[in-house]
Design a protein around this ligand. Structure first.
Ligand SMILES: Cc1ncc(C[n+]2csc(CCOP(=O)(O)OP(=O)(O)O)c2C)c(N)n1
Ligand code: SF4
Length: 247
């Protein structure tokens, strides 16, 4: 039997709720940075939301941006320190609502940074309000009867917004199974390699869970991502080495 070592970058146990997908994504990101020899050269940019809980437990340097502005801060960091691996780590509420413009414009300009966007379909930290990614019919604290797509629009598909742009790498993964987590690691590794090779903007969206605000057990959360969320947000690689893979 072999024992898998916890990455040194995870300097303290995480502070997320039990069953939260952020913990898995943190682990995968830490493994990729360490295995790529980038642990001492990585700087993260985050803003608000449950990702902020990483600042004490994930041992890279961090810069905290105002709500939604992590991409703009990351661009500044990368321009000053092109030798470093610069990544954003944001929830969907932060990166796709108030931060939509900053997130998309970093991609439009093909900035050489890596964005990790965690799609749990909700504003987690603030108590479960509707996010741009909430599904039609999804009950949240601000859509207690279920999201009405007729008045609030369809869920925002950030991959669709970006896949036509001249960017380096684009993928959507999930944490809903061991197989998915292995693929997610491959996607995050490819995104970071793209950046470190000067290949332009890279983004990995991750379908995650918020069992606390979804008010679902772990089992139901996994089934929800597998059977429902993935139908709205398909997973896979969409741009590799600057070329569309799904065209
Ligand atoms: C200017 C400003 N407005 C509102 C907030 C409140 N706020 C804190 S976290 C958050 C969004 C969290 O949702 P998300 O980005 O999806 O991350 P999650 O917590 O689900 O991981 C908001 C709106 C804030 N911190 N700053
Ligand atoms: S509120 Fe949701 S997203 Fe935040 S730590 Fe808890 S389960 Fe995770």
């Amino acid at each position: 039997m072999t024992e898998k070592r916890t990455p040194n970058l995870l300097v303290e146990p995480n502070k997320f709720c039990p069953g939260c997908g952020h913990g898995i994504i943190n682990r995968v990101l830490a493994e990729v940075l360490e295995e790529s020899g980038l642990a001492d050269y990585a700087v993260g940019s985050l803003a608000v939301g449950c990702s902020c809980l990483m600042m004490d437990t994930f041992g890279t340097d961090w810069v905290q941006a105002p709500h939604g502005r992590a991409a703009a801060v990351a661009v500044g960091l990368k321009r000053m320190r092109p030798d470093c691996c610069i990544f954003t780590y944001q929830g969907d509420g932060d990166s796709m609502a108030i931060g939509f413009s900053e997130t998309l414009y970093a991609a439009i300009r093909n900035e050489n940074i890596t964005a990790i966007l965690v799609n749990n379909g909700i504003f987690g930290m603030t108590g479960g309000q509707m996010a741009p990614t909430s599904l039609p019919g999804q009950r949240t604290t601000t859509s207690p009867k279920g999201r009405d797509a007729g008045t609030t629009g369809q869920p925002l598909n950030m991959v669709d917004q970006m896949k036509h742009l001249p960017i380096g790498y684009l993928a959507r993964g999930s944490v809903a199974s061991a197989k998915d987590i292995n693929k997610l690691k491959k996607y995050i590794k490819a995104a970071i390699e793209t950046q470190m090779n000067g290949g332009g903007y890279s983004m990995v969206e991750v379908l995650s869970f918020c069992p606390t605000n979804w008010k679902m057990s772990m089992e139901k959360s996994v089934a929800h991502v597998q059977n429902t969320v993935k139908n709205i947000f398909p997973v896979g690689e969409f741009v590799k080495n600057g070329e569309r893979t799904d065209a």
